[in-house]
Design a protein around this ligand. Structure first.
Ligand code: PLP
Length: 507
């Protein structure tokens, strides 16, 4: 049958309408339909309404009444429409979206780990406890500190915990200093963690090369007045640059009675090459999901272990797992502890994955991880710097940060448009507009797990997109074009998020 162009267009629009329609599960099904078959009651029936009294639900829960295939298809479809590290290149700077090795998953799913109840008595959980003790010791060694608590569930919670330990330390010594100095390139969680701990976050500018200069810190301390509680330094920083003045910065803080917090979110760039503890950092967090290939998960389950110097050891969170003689025990009797920051031991499955990864690679392998991460980022910079200016020409480590300054002046196309167009080419966009110190930042982190071919294909795409920006800027400004949904109203999504389904139509 011959179809004219108009018919073909209409058909494809109609097909598109049907194909892209995916109402929430609550809007599917029909009253009385069920996906479960429940066995016949073999105990006396109880009137729950009278048993529960005022606790009884007055109106039905409003659960979807759907068949099993409807549920399966709905959620599998949604999962397939997601972007994932297992399907595409994901160069999200700062987030370190590297491949999650499948052997980690195998280890985490071993029956003895996956099905162990957190209340299992110590003597029946020796293997799991031993793994935690071993992992903590390895993590302490990697950063040159004395101990590690594995409990925090994310990098941000690790920061919060480390600062809680600092506060408890000061309190124990009869002090309550308030000022914590934080460079302007820091991740937003740094000042937030300070504020939640009752510290005053004092921002100060990083230097013209993108790294902190000791004189600026001294000026900031003098201008702030008051007692110094500490310094929060991310190293390598969020621009992917190594903070080479760390020994001096730590000295300046220690001389004033403060402690140095190291944001170790970017440790993946310096494994086996630099140890924060050796240059004066007192307490820091890891992000296992960035450095040691555990999955990110939307807002969790992450893991943000905190490493610390001995002076902070009494204040670490509960419970503490340790070896006593030949056995592993869980110690709850620690009067100076800041208390539990997460239920039970933290995200144990992440610990198994990180331990597996570390043991698989060994010391040489971990050093190679960082070397490759740095090489790949520098390769991206070398391939793109003549097309898009770098934010700083300072030699970089694991990520390359570009600015849209030149391309915007030439074409009016901005970082966001480039990022959206990259989706049409099959890539997850890099991080945009972070760090805030860079105008129109585009932060690319290829990670060590990508091949030269993948990185080349990505760079070729980005260069092609910059060509499109010159010839047809509208193409970028209205991108993405090849996705299920086009450009979304991000401002509205941020300001008026609709996070929960309700029968009322949205405004
Ligand atoms: C420098 C830095 N600090 C802290 C965090 C917070 O870590 P999380 O997302 O695990 O809470 C991140 C996250 O990417 C980060 O890049």
């Amino acid at each position: 049958m011959h179809r004219g162009p108009m018919t073909a267009k209409l058909m494809s629009e109609a097909a598109k309408g049907l194909q892209f329609k995916e109402p929430p599960i609550f809007e599917r099904g029909t009253p009385g339909r069920t996906g479960a078959s429940i066995a016949k009651l073999d105990v006396p029936e109880v009137d729950l309404q009278s048993e529960l009294g005022t606790l009884a639900r007055r109106v039905p829960a409003g659960l979807p009444e759907v068949s099993e295939p409807e549920v399966i298809r709905h959620f599998v479809r949604l999962s397939q429409w997601n972007f994932s590290i297992d399907t595409q290149f994901y160069p999200l700077g700062s987030c370190t979206m590297k491949h999650n090795p499948k052997v980690n998953e195998w280890a985490a799913r071993l029956d003895g780990f996956a099905n162990l109840h957190p209340y299992t008595p110590d003597h029946l959980a020796q293997g799991a406890l031993e793994l935690m003790v071993r992992l903590a010791a390895i993590l302490a060694e990697i950063v040159g500190l004395d101990g590690v608590s594995l409990q925090p569930a994310a990098g941000a919670q690790g920061e919060l915990t480390g600062l809680m330990m600092m506060r408890a330390y000061f309190k124990k010594h009869g002090r309550s200093p308030r000022k914590v100095f934080i460079p302007d390139s820091a991740h937003g969680t740094n000042p937030a963690s300070c504020a939640l701990n009752g510290f005053d976050a004092v921002p100060f500018a990083s230097g013209s090369q993108g790294v902190v200069e000791p004189e600026t810190l001294v000026r900031a301390i003098e201008a702030a007045g008051g007692e110094v509680a500490g310094l929060m330094m991310t190293n390598p920083n969020t621009l992917g640059l190594y903070e080479s003045a760390m020994p001096k910065l730590c000295q300046l803080i220690h001389e004033r009675g403060g402690l140095v917090y190291g944001d170790g979110a970017n440790m993946n760039a310096v494994l086996g090459r630099a140890r924060p503890g050796d240059v004066g950092v007192d307490v820091m967090q890891y992000n296992l999901h960035k450095t040691f290939t555990t999955p990110h998960g939307g807002g969790g389950p992450g893991s943000g272990p905190v490493a610390f110097r001995n002076i902070l050891e009494p204040f670490q969170p509960l419970p503490v797992v340790r070896k006593r003689g030949d056995v592993y025990v869980v110690d709850h009797d620690r009067p100076d502890s800041v208390g539990a920051v997460r239920s039970f031991f933290g995200n144990f499955g992440m610990m198994v994955r990180a331990y597996t990864y570390i043991r698989e690679l060994g010391a040489d392998g971990l050093r190679e991880v960082s070397d490759m991460a740095v090489l790949n980022a520098n390769y991206v910079a070398a391939r793109l710097r003549n097309h898009l200016p770098l934010a700083y020409e300072t030699p970089m480590l694991h990520e390359a940060v570009f600015t849209d300054r030149a391309i915007e002046a030439e074409t009016t196309v901005k970082t966001l448009d480039i990022a959206k167009r990259l989706i049409d080419y099959g890539y997850h966009p890099p991080t945009v507009y972070f760090p805030l110190v860079v105008r129109g930042a585009l932060m690319i982190e290829p990670t060590e797990t990508e091949t030269k071919q993948t990185i080349d294909a990505f760079c070729d795409s980005l260069i092609a997109i910059l060509g499109e920006a010159r010839e047809n800027p509208e193409l970028l400004k209205t991108a993405p074009h090849l996705t299920r949904l086009g450009r979304l109203d991000e401002a509205r999504a941020a300001r008026k998020p609709r996070l929960r389904w309700s029968p009322q139509a949205p405004e």
